[in-house]
Design a protein around this ligand. Sequence first.
Ligand SMILES: [Ca+2]
Ligand SMILES: [Ca+2]
Ligand SMILES: [Ca+2]
Length: 454
Amino acid sequence: MPAPTYRTIACFIFLMNVLHFQRCASMQATCDTKLSDLKHSIAKVICPGGCWMQHSDLCGSDDYARGPLCLAAMHAGLIDKEGGYFEVFKSDPLPKYEGTKSYGVTSKSCFSASFTYSFQMKCSTKGNSEFSVTDVDCPSGCRSNYVCGTNLYNSNSSVCAAAIHAGVLKENGGTITFYSHGGQSSSKGSTKNGVSTQPCDTFLKSFSFTRSNDCFRSCQNEGKCLSGINAEFCSCASGTEGKDCAIDINECTSGTHNCHQYATCINTVGSFQCSCNANYTGDGVECEANFCSANVGLCKHNGTCSDNTTAYSCSCDLWHTGERCGQEKDHVIMTTARNWTDARKYCQSIGGDLATWGMRNATVRNWIVTNLLQTQPAADYWVGLDDIEHEGVWNYIDGFPVTENNTDFNTGEPNNIGGPGLYNADCGHLNQIYTYKMDDHDCQRNQSAICERF
Ligand SMILES: [Ca+2]
Ligand SMILES: [Ca+2]
Ligand SMILES: [Ca+2]
């Protein structure tokens, strides 16, 4: 079992004295904390006393696959029943984990695991430390582990292989210090000191073996200068790239912007902006159609405007039609069946009356018959003429007398017959069986009507 290192003991003493010392910041575990609760690859933990369990799922020896964190540290001999401080490292899974009895704690054997948890740094341990400055002891033989980047490494990289690449660690291992940084737009791959690294795209967390103090390289666009053992380099702010962070990334042409499909992307140095297109409102990431409010009077004649995703639509009043309700309608069909008097009241209620001038004009009348009347279901249509006052004397309700020239009665009409047995027909209608020529009919019959604008 590895003995606690001098550094571990030193940190513990600092913590006991309640001194703030960044490298010793640590996680306070409970007896229930699992190895799988560790979020970072490198963690520093304080366990309470009394974490004694006869039965647990602790699996492995030296390298553990799962189980209670504090019990694993006891099994490894790092802490005793009184609890204590230790460092724990996450690395790649192994094919098998052997169970043993050690320091009075029994562990099981198991095969599958997501990670290996150990109390010593491994070659595959990644650099996502929760600390801004971290000291670790690297083993030997880490040259072939995965690393991404140059100078500034993706936190997904092996710390020890990156350290060899950066020239701060020899092949046979040793102690190194690394520094955590924020995200990076990209980092190039390269081969140095026998380690080949991959290029990497945007990543959220990075590390280097350099500090940002005492650095004289001028980094543009808010890039941060990092000084190393052999060189100084720039850690670029997102949206810029290049040696000195002088190159703007054009998010609009590279397709990495998040502007809405109805917005325009505007490239800026170090960033980009989204602006909703005409007839859309929003922050550019979300754009909603506002054709109606952006274009006052879009729908004419008090038509109701409504937006949909890509256009607007107008809902017109009874007397208007067309895409923008710009077209006037002279005739409106009443489809609810009513008697002649009630049909007339309905037409007046919507601002018109039963049709008169349209019936006297053959062209208008034919247009109505062709375009407005429904042949199914069979329907006759009240219009505005009658002989209610004097039987046999027909007049239009607007005062014009009915003549042979202005009214197209069917042959034999008006005959004062509204149908079999109905010998009192005083109201005019267009009769479907006469191909909508004029006829007289019983005024009490309920049927459709043609309303007309004054
Ligand atoms: Ca840009
Ligand atoms: Ca009559
Ligand atoms: Ca008749």
